[in-house]
Design a protein around this ligand. Structure first.
Ligand code: DC
Length: 226
């Protein structure tokens, strides 16, 4: 048990509030926040910039040896670098969301990103947010939360977030994209976005951010003796 790091897995569909929750919990416990979706988005950005279609698995796989992706610890979180360049907001567009969801269905892409995710958790106490953290990446995580909210609540949040960033879109488009991504992410054959057997279901539809964080912290405090 000596030097064993603490791992908290937060999985769930897009817009469920995982990343806001994960960031707040990381701050509260002094853990490193890891956004694993950013890794899939960065692969999506790379192949999109190459002009490769998001469903062209053969050419996406052929690109992988060229993709130099790293996660470095910065300000309490994992920052993604692609070919030495820090990746920022350019991966947060609807186009790259679609690319990320599509590339994440390819087993070779998932295998390519596996060690980057696990190595950070070996050396740090982490709160990791994604789709398969509790099932595949960190099956030994001490706490696994599967964070959900209704599609409408999630679409509302995502729409507000995109508007704030100045992305032009409509609520209807965001809801439609969310439903498409839900089906694409949870219906895929490999590492589908489903709860681990030992995950705790955490529906935050009617909760404020403060309530969400406090309720999740109550669960974590019971399991992890900090
Ligand atoms: O969390 P996000 O919306 O930034 O993730 C973008 C896409 O990446 C999502 O549609 C599915 C995929 N993803 C995944 O398959 N596994 C993860 N651990 C994280 C994200």
């Amino acid at each position: 048990m000596l030097n064993k790091t603490i791992k908290i897995a937060l999985d769930g569909p897009s817009g469920s509030g995982k990343s806001t929750l994960a960031k707040n919990l990381a701050k509260r416990y002094g853990f490193v926040y890891i956004d694993t979706g950013a890794l899939y988005r960065t692969i999506g950005l790379f192949v999109s910039d190459r002009g490769i279609d998001s469903d062209d698995a053969e050419n996406i796989i052929a690109c992988l040896p060229e993709i130099k992706i790293e996660m470095k610890l910065e300000n309490g979180g994992g920052a993604v670098y692609l070919g030495g360049k820090r990746i920022g907001e350019e991966i947060r567009t609807p186009l790259i969301s679609k690319y990320a969801s599509d590339v994440s269905k390819i087993p070779e892409v998932r295998a390519f990103l596996l060690e980057t995710q696990r190595s950070i958790a070996r050396e740090n106490n982490v709160i990791m947010d994604g789709r398969d953290i509790g099932t595949v990446i960190l099956p030994d995580a001490q706490v696994k939360l599967f964070v959900t909210a209704s599609p409408e609540a999630r679409a509302n949040r995502r729409y507000a977030e995109l508007c704030q960033r100045g992305v032009e879109t409509t609520y209807e488009d965001v809801l439609a994209e969310m439903k498409w991504r839900d089906a694409n992410d949870s219906g895929r054959e490999i590492a589908p976005a489903i709860p681990a057997e030992d995950a705790i279901m955490f529906d935050n539809s009617g909760m404020s951010i403060e309530e969400t964080v406090d309720n999740a912290a109550k669960i974590i405090d019971k399991v992890v003796n900090l």
